[in-house]
Design a protein around this ligand. Structure first.
Ligand SMILES: [Zn+2]
Length: 199
């Protein structure tokens, strides 16, 4: 990845966020910071090498952007469009994503582990080697997507569409799946529940 400065607050030890010498917890005005970073993201065609851990962004159009090597862990995104974007090596772990669009986006090695994904649309996208392990995902569409070698291990998937997807090498072991639509997808090439090991 890239080297990150450490927060200047005494004994903190967390990484400092973009354009500040402190981490999110030590910001004086987190709301003001979010507005500043939203403008900056919207104005950049290419977004690389930044850490905006725990930022809260709403109703933002980031469609068509190139986003690489970024840390968006614990972010809260609502109504953010990343449609047709190209996203590579980005961490969205433990994020809360509500009503966000990744339609037609090309994602490679993107981490959504431990996230809450609600009402989002990933349809028509490439999601190659992405990590949704332990994610809670509901009312979300992955229809007509290439999910090659992505992982949904121990995820909770409820009312989720996987219609007409490429599921080659996709791992769903220990996932709780309810009301999912896998029609026209090659489920035989994916890995589902294995019997729990008896110790
Ligand atoms: Zn700090």
């Amino acid at each position: 990845m890239f080297s990150l400065p450490i927060c200047s607050a005494a004994d903190c030890g967390r990484w400092a966020i973009r354009d500040r010498d402190v981490c999110r917890d030590h910001l004086d005005d987190p709301g003001g910071y979010d507005r500043e970073i939203a403008r900056q993201l919207a104005d950049s065609e290419t977004i690389t090498d930044l850490n905006i851990t725990s930022a809260e962004l709403q109703d933002l159009d980031l469609s068509g952007k190139i986003i690489e090597r970024c840390i968006l862990s614990h972010v809260n995104l609502r109504g953010v469009s990343l449609a047709n974007s190209r996203i590579r090596l980005v961490f969205f772990d433990f994020s809360v994503l509500t009503d966000c669009s990744f339609k037609g986006a090309k994602l490679h090695s993107v981490v959504f582990a431990g996230s809450q994904i609600d009402g989002c649309d990933f349809s028509g996208s490439d999601l190659l080697r992405c990590n949704f392990c332990g994610a809670q995902c509901q009312e979300t569409l992955f229809d007509e997507s290439d999910l090659y070698a992505s992982r949904f291990i121990a995820a909770r998937l409820s009312r989720v569409g996987f219609k007409d997807c490429n599921l080659k090498q996709v791992r769903f072991e220990h996932a709780q799946i309810s009301e999912a639509d896998f029609r026209y997808s090659n489920t035989e090439d994916a890995f589902f529940e294995k019997k729990a090991q008896t110790l």
